[in-house]
Design a protein around this ligand. Structure first.
Ligand code: NFS
Length: 654
């Protein structure tokens, strides 16, 4: 084995690292095998306390400067930068990176869309023409009496501006409720194009440039909005157009989706094209026969993380687990190939894959990993890549050396909700509308709406905040919308089924039972958070719940976040008007002016605000209190005859 075991004396029981039984089983096996996983590395790592508070500046070489705002001699950096400037710059650069990641993804999807329209890519097509028309209409493109490819061409040219505009306003801000957009215009934060926003934020955070945190926040918000209403939204909408808009689909989640007697291929990453290519390739009878000739019963394609969530939503492809399980799943010995593209792919996978004789295959020129095999994926000839992957995976099955141990956990649930489907489901077949949802909020059956999203983080016992938080929210009649790794955590816990309705409070349960929907709606990957933005806009436009997104009885949370993308998402929700709570911790110092701006000041200016907490019950209370505050401001607090469910009621429901 390539890695030595961690110090056994220091090891905590595997069950303290994760609440996911399958992952616990694999962590224990890894320890027995002498292989160190991220879940243990996270425990062993003692993060730098100065870095954790973002009180370190390394943007020039006069330092790095370690700031302690409580110590008069360490109050400012060598250049005189204050803690507020330093925290704002660090936070800004996090947001710039997160926004750049989503925009890079979105721009790539746009390139694929263009090559489909120009007929340079023949393996993909326009799958959903209705969606094409809806998206085009939403940004003012005429569709009546026009050819599909004509509309698509104009949409493509228009959406290109999301990235390349240097002035004006991004196309999708046309979807923003008027009062919210007016606020952005007042403060000069309507995003122009993603490239210029990221460039300007990077330039303004250079040594000796923008040194007023109140001015920096405007560009930080603008860059974040260029993600949510820009690249991420382009990625979601064009993916729906090319690969099909999801609708509720039954799918299995957790490591039990692996099959000992099949060739197992896991795909994980973020861009759907390669995964779509794999899905087509595994159905090729030639490879199925090849697999059979090696003694396998077939080929089993499963997903993980965000592209896994996307493929599960669109096609019901089984899902093996979230970010906290990507190394652990390889320990099963059953993974013949793990195929990755971009983002959230741990370098540690290479070492674990080596230990278990699994092929780790990178496919994207923007993400290669030392020690992995690189087989580049090109959209215009997907089979060149996918066929090589299949050949390797089948050969590995035929010569499996590692003992196979697959955890039994498997949970079926309904995935693939969208803002369109919510409209249809609650509004009826003939005239989809958000009014019934608003009515149920106004009459108090549904207390409010929460988005619970984001990563897992080895600093926190895996899934231990996601699951109880969501359970507490639904118990209190809060409808929960989910994406990404959080959705997978709740799917594993069995809450993405209509049968989970009794776990909800009486009002929400009644709505769920009437409509036949789960109290927790899974919307897909992290870029699909934009489905939540569009749903929020639709709620404002349907009427009765105020004029801007900030008026809605709604809140968001990333309880186990870890990535810069999560910070960009959080900031675009805050700038759009949503109270957003982050678990784990937050990279600011509480007593500073910049922290106060994020956690209070922005709300006073008409935006949402940040919150932070570690305990799921504490986070739930914060979110529910905010929802109740908004209900009061809307004058609909009296309509809700039910009070907050207390501890004894909770026990009754549980
Ligand atoms: Ni989003 Fe975090 Fe990654 Fe997806 Fe999972 S870790 S910010 S949820 S896979 S992007």
């Amino acid at each position: 084995m390539a890695e030595k075991s961690t110090d056994k004396k220091k090891q905590v029981p595997a069950s303290e690292r994760t609440t996911c039984e399958a992952t616990r089983q694999m962590l224990e096996k890894a320890r027995r095998d002498g292989v160190i996983l991220d879940l243990d590395r996270g425990y062993d790592m003692k993060p730098c306390p100065i870095g954790a508070e973002s009180a370190c500046c390394k943007h020039c070489y006069m330092g790095p400067c370690r700031i302690n705002p409580r110590d008069p001699y360490k109050k400012v950096g060598v250049c005189g930068a204050t803690i507020d400037t330093i925290s704002a710059r660090n936070f800004g650069r996090n947001v710039a990176t997160g926004s750049a990641s989503h925009n890079d993804h979105g721009r790539h999807i746009l390139e694929l869309f263009r090559s489909v329209i120009e007929n340079k890519t023949k393996d993909f097509s326009i799958e959903d023409t209705q969606k094409l028309e809806r998206v085009a209409t939403s940004i003012g493109i005429e569709v009546e009496g026009r050819e599909v490819y004509d509309v698509a061409k104009e949409l493509c040219d228009e959406l290109e501006k999301t990235f390349s505009n240097v002035d004006g306003e991004m196309p999708f801000v046309k979807r923003v409720p008027e009062a919210t957009l007016e606020l952005w215009r007042r403060d000069g934060i309507v995003p122009r194009g993603a490239m210029i926003e990221v460039m300007e934020l990077m330039s303004r955070t250079h040594i000796g440039c923008d040194q007023d945190y109140t001015n920096l926040i405007t560009q930080i918000s603008r860059t974040a909005l260029a993600d949510g209403w820009g690249g991420s939204m382009v990625a979601t909408e064009l993916s729906d157009i090319m690969f099909g808009t999801p609708s509720p689909t039954l799918a299995d989640v957790n490591m039990g989706v692996l099959k000992e007697d099949h060739v197992n291929i896991i795909v994980h990453g973020h861009e759907p094209a390669m995964f779509e290519g794999m899905l087509a390739a595994v159905q090729d009878s030639f490879y199925v026969e090849e697999a059979k000739s090696k003694g396998a019963k077939g080929i089993n394609l499963v997903g993980m993380c965000c592209s896994g969530a996307e493929m599960m939503s669109r096609h019901g492809v089984p899902h093996a687990g979230n970010f906290g399980s990507t190394e652990a799943v390889i320990v099963t010995g059953a993974v013949d190939a793990m195929v990755v593209d971009i983002q959230c792919i741990k370098q540690g996978l290479a070492e674990v894959a080596k230990c278990y004789d699994t092929h780790l295959i990178t496919t994207n020129p923007r993400c290669r990993i030392e020690g992995a095999t690189h087989i580049e994926f090109h959209e215009h000839e997907p089979r060149t890549c996918t066929d090589q992957i299949l050949t390797k995976a089948i050969a590995r099955y035929g010569t499996r050396k590692m003992p196979v141990e697959i955890p039994k956990q498997i949970q079926s649930g309904v995935h693939g909700f969208t803002h369109e489907y919510i409209e249809y489901m609650l509004g009826g077949t003939f005239r989809g509308s958000y009014s019934p949802l608003n009515d149920n909020i106004i009459n108090g059956r549904i207390r409010g709406v929460a988005g619970v999203v984001g990563c897992t983080n080895p600093k926190v016992q895996q899934d231990s905040v996601h699951v109880p938080l969501v359970r507490e929210l639904i118990k209190n009649d809060v409808l929960v919308l989910q994406t990404g790794c959080s959705q997978i955590a709740l799917a594993k816990a069995g809450l993405l089924t209509p049968e989970a309705a009794p776990l909800a409070g009486p009002g929400l349960a009644e709505v769920c039972e009437t409509v036949g929907m789960p109290p927790v709606l899974g919307l897909g990957s992290c870029v699909d958070n934009t489905r939540i933005l569009i749903a929020a806009s639709a709620m404002v436009k349907a009427g009765g719940l105020g004029n801007s997104i900030a008026d809605l009885p709604a809140a968001g949370c990333a309880p186990e976040w870890m990535s810069e993308k999560a910070l960009a998402i959080g900031q675009y929700f805050v700038a759009s008007g949503v109270f957003t709570v982050f678990g784990v911790g937050f990279p600011t110092i509480k007593e500073t002016k910049f922290h106060d701006l994020l956690f209070n000041g922005l709300e006073n200016q008409g935006y949402g605000k940040w919150g932070t907490g570690k305990d799921p019950m504490e986070i739930a209370r914060m979110m529910i209190a905010h929802i109740d505050k908004k209900r009061k401001e809307l004058g609909i607090d009296k309509a809700r005859e039910r009070v907050l469910v207390d501890m004894s009621d909770r026990r009754d429901i549980a």
